[in-house]
Design a protein around this ligand. Sequence first.
Ligand SMILES: [Zn+2]
Length: 350
Amino acid sequence: MRHPFEIGSTSVAGGQRGRADVPVMTLLNGSELNLSIHVIHGRDDGPTVCLLSTLHGGEWFSIEALRRITGMLDPEGLRGTVLVIPVANPLAFGLGTRDTPGNSDSPDMNRAFGGRHTWSTDQLANAVAANAIDRSDCLLDFHMGPWGSAFQDVLIGADFPDAVAEKTERLAIAFGSPVIRRADIVKGFPGPRSSIGYAGGVRGIPAMGVEVGGAGFSPRLEETWWDATVNGVLAVLGAMDMIDDAPDTRPARQLIYRTSHRVNPRNGGFLRSRFGGEHLGDHVSAGTLLGEVLSPYSNEVIEELRAPADGLLFYVARDYPVEPGGWAYGLASVADGARWIERSGSEEER
Ligand SMILES: [Zn+2]
């Protein structure tokens, strides 16, 4: 029999599931802040995988997918352990904001890993690291845009140590996203203090940022994104030999790209979108009109958003109010070092 998984004051036996409320700090209002961590502790030995959601409080769409996965995994048939943190930043989630509210100089929890200060965000990130990431062999961290924007992308580190980068890419392909972004995330964006920068660059484990879907679209469409997330996680667990009969929902071909173009407005206004949620993954050519920004004051069109290059849309938005720089469209370049991975196993360099 496996050793039990000890976390906080909770002990979960092999072949069982459990949940720990790990105490993190006392808040100024006197309440105690806990981090809720689900543990699915397989009956047999194997790797540990951490599933992390809602580091950014406004990005709560993946909570439902993780709820389904948590209920679906059978610890009797699992080799290894799955740790699920549905709400990594309860302070930001509680107020519906991306960052932790308050006067901290460290408000962004996805830039707080390895923090040396005692700001609430740093303490939360350190609690996630100590209780979950540092005990795991692989991290999947779920993000998306705010309400009204939708993503379809997996982010992996080109600058992870070679063996880690290679394994991460293999697992990202197994996840089945049509587009995978391979970027210098430790040296570049989002940096070594992001969750995956920390996991891949500092801890040396495979780590990917998963962005599938978003809130504010039709229930039918949102359901397909939850399905894709659930199947993707199961496929990763299958690729790590933790479960049998994992689904393989990879598309016929997947793009691994190096260069992305954000097409976000320079001006605030009301976005009238020509490429909403059903157009995620569409191939558009340079110059295509993606959407327009209307002034809600004068009703005039104040900006046109056009594709600057050929590419696949890896994020889109519905009609909604946008701030300057707010999420509208993202293009994954099909040139500039991009590669197509064919399901049949062949590769094509661009
Ligand atoms: Zn995020």
